[in-house]
Design a binder for this molecule. Sequence first.
Ligand SMILES: Cc1cc2nc3c(=O)[nH]c(=O)nc-3n(C[C@H](O)[C@H](O)[C@H](O)COP(=O)(O)OP(=O)(O)OC[C@H]3O[C@@H](n4cnc5c(N)ncnc54)[C@H](O)[C@@H]3O)c2cc1C
Length: 575
Amino acid sequence: MATKATKAADANPKGPKGPKAPKAPNDYDAIIVGGGHNGLVAAAYLARSGARTLVLEARPKTGGAATTEAPWPDAPEFKVTRLSYVMSLMPPTIINDLDLARHGYKIFPMGPYYQAFPEGGSIRIYADDAKRNYEEISRWSKKDAEAMPRWDAWLAGVAEVLGPLLLTVPPNLGSRKPNDLKETLRLAWRHRNLDVRTIADVTRLMTMSIADLLDDWFEAPQVKGALAVNGVIGTWAGPYEPGTAYVMAHHSIGDVGDGHLGNWGFQEGGMGAVADTIARAAREAGAEIRTDAKVGRLLIKNGRAAGVELENGQQLTAKVVVSSVHPRIAFLDHVGRENLPDDFVNDIEHWKSRSGVVKINLALAELPDFTANPGTNLQEHHTGSVEMAPSMPYIERAFQDAREGKPATRPFSDGVIPTAFDTTLCPPGYHIMSLFTQWVPSDWNEQPHAEELQAYADRMIDCYNEVAPNFKSAILHRDVVGPYQMEHDYGLVGGNIFHGELSLEQLFHMRPAPGFADYRTPVPGLYYASSATHAGGGVCGIPGMQAAKAAIADRRTALSRPGLRRPAIRRPGRR
Ligand SMILES: Cc1cc2nc3c(=O)[nH]c(=O)nc-3n(C[C@H](O)[C@H](O)[C@H](O)COP(=O)(O)OP(=O)(O)OC[C@H]3O[C@@H](n4cnc5c(N)ncnc54)[C@H](O)[C@@H]3O)c2cc1C
């Protein structure tokens, strides 16, 4: 990073600073590997600090898993939010720091969870309307309707503890270095007001299955099915697996900025537009963004990151490199085992990165006409999650099929129709529907399984057709993206949607590896900003912001302590 520029940023860290004039065309202050939303957030923060910043993205476009595309060449007027589909987790800090609203960040808060049951009837669950929740739920169970406000309050209490932790840099637990001990004590002190009950609640949440947790609160299978969805999204685990209660919490603590906990929303223009707003903020602050620029390896000089080499052989130098790609690519491919401590290599080799997710994107001639709530006119139940998760056993069966090595016979789906609000994705009168479905076997990232994926999509569509008989005939085009394509086209190794599972052993101080959860890596000068760090995954930008802040802070420390020498390779607990 440039000395003068950083000093200027120190004087007024809030305001964007223009980049310093280049020393040489291929010499930068900071290089970001990967132009997904986290890479772009890191670029925006670094460029704003005055660093001459370059983003290198392998694909022809930025955004990574936050991407809006037109997948049907004969129908380019239909655009889908091809992988991720709803926003909730990005904190106001980032939205405000980068002034994203001015750059086009515009969220439509989505409607209720809606499930129509094959045996008849339906249920709606609202994120923010206790009265209507009572009416809806009491049709299935009075006891559950009465439990619902207590459940919401309980979840809000837990979110009060977990929410701020998302913006906390995990301390290096177990290290005896004075700074690490200080950070650990600081975290304990911040939580000194927690009482025995709250700690018990958080412990339950971290260790229980979503099924057991919901059994403690509710009785109706219809209610439990709807509430279980967030516990298994993107997860290689059925609802009866310990740890899925936490996954539910992870998906329930955002609020899209409208103050309603657990609310999600649609970005106008799809998730690609979120990435575009961040790219605009980064460019405005002076960052340069190159696409079709696949990084082949990290350059290391005297034990420090010194830049990158593109796959075409071109070398670009920088004292700071921020990688935002999957940990296997970032560390095993780009850095190389020989440049990393053995225990770190071992941790990354054992990083769990499965999902069994298949995304199905549909162009519809008309809205689904549900038997339980008839009509193809736009109604409230079209505006939120249009689920196919009628009960916990249904969801579990889908997982067990995949665990047994075959795609689910009756997959589970978290469906949404963004065009209930967003008129930019297709011509008037038509609709886009996005089905986030699970599961196929966890090794389907190894082969395309093209025909089986189409058969799986047929079965998924049949499930919706049972409750909305016009569904199949309304489909004009369909796009099926399985784990192989996610890995090979988007760099989502193993098909995991978060660069790594949200299982308990991969959270907080363990994400992506013990001793390296502070967005720094074993190689000085290399920072890590992918969804495989704490607060990832999801389109939240927190890893990008934290990695940039770590790089800026290290530079400041080095400037204030001239002659400071860092060890060539950082080891856990030996900073
Ligand atoms: C199907 C699906 C649905 C999801 N739904 C949601 C949702 O609704 N809401 C939500 O919040 N989250 C959702 N997620 C998760 C979320 O999309 C991801 O956690 C997030 O987008 C990851 O962002 P990232 O910047 O960390 O990584 P990525 O988006 O993966 O970006 C990494 C970038 O690095 C690039 N790259 C890889 N290798 C190289 C290389 N060698 N050189 C240069 N560039 C390289 C890739 O092309 C990619 O653009 C979903 C994900 C998937 C797959």
